[in-house]
Design a protein around this ligand. Sequence first.
Ligand SMILES: [Zn+2]
Length: 399
Amino acid sequence: MTTYFSPETARSRAAGAASTPREMARQLACNRREFLRTAAGLALGSTLLGSSAMVRAATTSKKRKVVVITFGGGARDQETFAPEGQENIPHLIGELIPQSAFFTQVVNRGILGHYVATASLATGVYETINNFASLPPEHPTVFEYFRKDLRRPPSDAWVVAPSNGFNRIGESNHASYGGGLGARVILPKHLLTAAMSGASTDYDHLLRDNYETPFYAPELGGREFELQQLEMMLKLSVDDFKAHARTLSSPDELSVYIARQLMRQVAPSLLWITMHDIDIAHAGAYSLYIDGIRRTDRLCAELWKAIQTEPEYAGNTTLFILPDFGRDSDDDSGGNGFQHHRTGDALSRTTWMMVLGAGVRPGVVFDRPMESTDLVPTIGSMLDFSAALAQGKPIAELL
Ligand SMILES: [Zn+2]
């Protein structure tokens, strides 16, 4: 039994009076805020509104860049930001939070499947496409808005995706967009499979494609990265790639390795990296789920460090880190706790977001509710393009 919920919540449950989802979400946010204030000594955002213009003026004149990391695969508060979970995220707590604007209450009202939820984050609309089909989002992606409005080349928007099932995420089928306006999508596992060019068991730990439907293997179409571009674009020989991959412990490590090559060699202005290791929780082993959280925590810090050390990114990049969604609570009889995200309860829908870097006032906590669909309009306001068809609203505290 977790100690995370307030006594009031526990009492109302014991009395059989279930809290509303809105009340539950508010409670989760309050707990995060209290924890963050005591752990990191952060200020409440409402007293500091209006200060970001000062920060923006101090940023460099280099072309603004945005990197999005989805803390992906579904992680709950009690294994992350709740007091009993903090030991699993030492890098977020100790290094990143003090430098970030932190939003305690990001609610996902959409379908809780990883591909469709990540596509929803990327369009600013709750997509309803089949999570396990090779389909593009139905609404324009952030990549299309960015490239069309700002007339950017294909090389300026990239996605590094964890599963071959994400191969269509870079571009919608919307009539006014799509059509070559999207992001290039790198599928590191697809790349590794191609690099092996034959059967090998050396990389099995890196090639597991998803944790929910092991037998789903989409036909790859669209604009996936071609193997020859490994050498041409990433300046990485197939042999070096294979040798390095052999030292990596997980698919997310492989994704971060590829993302770092991409930053160094191509330096896209809009880069989206989706993590997924945490979702191994579906296998039912709590220790593997925790390992996934700890690894994601470390990889987020590594990417932030890379942003600060790559000349093309240092000083002019805003980094967003947010989960696609959470996982089921232990006490919802319709679920099986951490293992899945099937109940749609408040714990699985209420997440957080941290924003670091250019234009961001660090060390501030914002407690008001926002939605997953607010991400794309916010990036639009930052980079000066219009997310015309997105449902969400720009986050005023970041602009
Ligand atoms: Zn999952």
